[in-house]
Design a protein around this ligand. Structure first.
Ligand code: RNT
Ligand code: ZN
Length: 421
């Protein structure tokens, strides 16, 4: 608690919020309990360890060639540790199946086992953090034609069903080893670049494949599954098999978790508005907090209007306890560790802003028909001094406040990242 300016600013902010009936201490306590799932693929541009120099396929792309990308699990974990040291709170690691450590042996994706993630599990146990998991249906010869679970080729389809089954078991294995539930998310790249002549058949196949994939009952306290839809991808501009409607129907009828990615809708369509509908029908939600710029570009998350609208929705609707918040961005054009730190800190700031909102009063105004008061309060609350609370929070959590984390990120870059050639 070294910085007296931070102290003084915090005390003034605390008083300001108290006048609105908001307890800053309570807000910080609530923030402390939120554990974000931090995506491993920001650290290495989504390459994974299976074929690290191969192209990223499946309609997603990391652009940029900033030096220092992690080349193996040891480097990726070291980068994670640096990022974690600059982020307040205790967060989770989000892995993809292609981040298995197979000791140089080729293991096909349908043969992956929990033991191939032992390195991650040991590390997570030591750091006391949780892990989440993802099946990987892209960057593979058997989905090079743009189809995996919805393939009309039965051998390929079966391969991918087995991969999904293997991924779920890995999730449960990790969950058991760590004593912390794993959320295993499934996203497939399937679709067509150009006009499709049969939009129904691939969806019918996907439905069957998913049912096969999920037929094995796993302990929901160890592994729970989510499905992620999408509007379009690079090379699947005209038709995506796993669309939002497809998966919403699937999640509701099969009781799966729905994953909403902020980059997966029309640019004017907001995920923040979808949450309250989805929550009426599903127990839990998975979010992929991302930032699309003109397309599903997966830019580093920034503290923008939509991010704040999203976190406010979670707080206003009392959905935090039923929401799993994952991040999904990968920028290869800047320091990758700094990208993590910026994106995660922005997400936490947005959560803090939401937790500090005098929501009761706005909701009361709305319920009583005082729409003038509602708008006035929404606008006035935007300039409440949340930054002073954020800095104080960072200090009490033992991580740099303000912009001072950047010094450490740059030092790490000089000492380690730039030496990776
Ligand atoms: C792709 C999806 C998916 C991936 C990750 C790597 O559009 O958003 O979540 O980004 O699985
Ligand atoms: Zn996503």
């Amino acid at each position: 608690m070294g910085d007296s300016l931070i102290q003084a600013s915090y005390l003034a902010a605390k008083e300001t919020y108290a006048r609105w009936g908001v307890d800053t201490g309570k807000a910080m306590d609530a923030l402390k309990k939120i554990s974000l799932s931090i995506q491993c693929w920001q650290g290495d541009d989504g390459s994974g360890f299976e074929n690290p120099t191969g192209p990223l396929t499946g309609g997603i792309a990391a652009t940029g060639n900033h030096p220092g990308k992690a080349r193996n699990a040891t480097e990726l974990r070291s980068d994670y540790e640096t990022a974690f040291s600059l982020i307040p709170g205790s967060h989770r690691v989000n892995l993809h199946a292609i981040y298995a450590e197979t000791g140089g042996k080729k293991v096909e994706r349908d043969e992956l086992l929990g033991e191939h993630f032992e390195g991650w599990i040991d590390w997570a146990r030591e750091k006391k953090i949780g892990i989440d998991f993802n099946s990987t249906f892209y960057s593979h010869p058997l989905s090079a034609d743009g189809f995996s679970l919805s393939s009309r080729d039965e051998a390929k389809r079966r391969f991918w069903v087995r991969h999904g089954q293997a991924s779920r078991r890995i999730g449960a294995y990790i969950g058991e080893k760590l004593g912390k539930r794993v959320v295993t998310n499934h996203w497939i790249p399937d679709g067509y670049k150009d006009m499709s002549a049969n939009r129904l058949e691939p969806r019918t196949i996907l439905l069957r494949s998913l049912d096969e994939m999920f037929s094995e009952q796993l302990n929901p306290l160890l592994n729970i599954d989510a499905v992620e839809g999408k509007l379009f991808g690079l090379g699947s501009e005209s038709y995506v098999v796993g669309s939002h409607e497809f998966y919403l129907g699937y999640a509701i009828t099969r009781k799966k978790m729905m994953c909403l990615d902020m980059g997966h809708f029309h640019p004017t369509e907001m995920v923040s508005d979808k949450i309250s509908s989805v929550m009426l029908y599903l127990d839990e939600l998975l979010l992929h907090v991302s930032r699309g710029v003109r397309w599903d570009s997966d830019h580093v998350v920034a503290l923008d209007d939509e991010l704040i609208a999203l976190t406010k929705e979670l707080v206003r609707g009392n959905f935090l306890g039923r929401t799993n918040i994952g991040l999904d961005f990968f920028d290869a054009s800047i320091n990758r560790v700094a990208a993590w730190v910026i994106g995660v800190r922005s997400t936490l700031k947005a959560l803090l802003i939401a937790l500090l909102e005098p929501t009761d009063q706005i909701q009361k105004a709305e319920a009583s028909g005082d729409l003038t008061g509602r708008l006035a309060m929404i606008e006035d609350f935007k300039t409440l001094p949340f930054g002073a609370v954020w800095d104080y929070y960072c200090e009490t959590m033992g991580v740099p406040s303000g912009n001072s984390w950047l010094v450490s990120a740059r030092q790490y870059e000089r000492d380690f990242l730039l030496k990776r050639i």
